[in-house]
Design a binder for this molecule. Structure first.
Ligand code: MG
Length: 165
């Protein structure tokens, strides 16, 4: 079986905004804060997307969805992620498993973890057991510790749909 691995990283600034939804893995998290971005700022979706594209050496999120393109303003990141899946599927790859680490002081990931996994499972047509999401604080250190932003690191493995000859 032909297996490839990719990593993705993303971060966005937290802003005080009760009106703008705080989206993580396609789940709306109740918060007085939101993530500043051209799109909806979903750091999990963005990190996963880069990991998936990276595993297949098929570009990156910025190349697929430039933030200079007005069409991408406020874009649903799950739709972007599904476009990345379609791209790798078109090249004969499918996602095998995902391991995601969210680094944030707030919000806590654990209460939403199951909902986030279900959201990604539905969006990516993957088994729930192939999707891991873990939350960590940054122990109060640096910009994450100061609640200035949230970061996410994603690791993905992909397999080729057809057997290698
Ligand atoms: Mg991003």
């Amino acid at each position: 079986m032909h297996i490839r691995v990719g990593t993705g990283y993303d971060s966005h600034r937290l802003i005080a905004d009760k009106e703008r939804p705080l989206m993580l893995a396609g789940v709306r998290i109740p918060s007085d804060y939101a993530l500043a971005a051209h799109s909806d700022g979903d750091v999990i979706a963005h990190a996963v997307m880069d990991a998936i594209l990276g595993a297949c050496a098929l570009g990156d999120i910025g190349e697929m969805f430039p933030d200079t393109d007005a069409a991408n303003k406020g874009k649903d990141s799950i739709v972007m992620l599904q476009a990345a899946i379609a791209r790798i599927n078109g090249h004969g790859y499918k996602v095998n498993n995902l391991d995601i680490t969210v680094i944030a002081e707030d919000p806590k990931v654990r209460p939403y973890r199951h909902e986030m996994r279900k959201s990604l499972s539905a969006a990516l047509h993957m088994d729930l057991n192939d999707i891991s999401i873990k939350g960590k604080t940054n122990e109060g250190l640096g910009w994450i510790g100061a609640r200035e932003g949230i970061a996410c690191i994603a690791t993905v493995s992909v397999i080729r749909l057809e057997a290698d000859i």
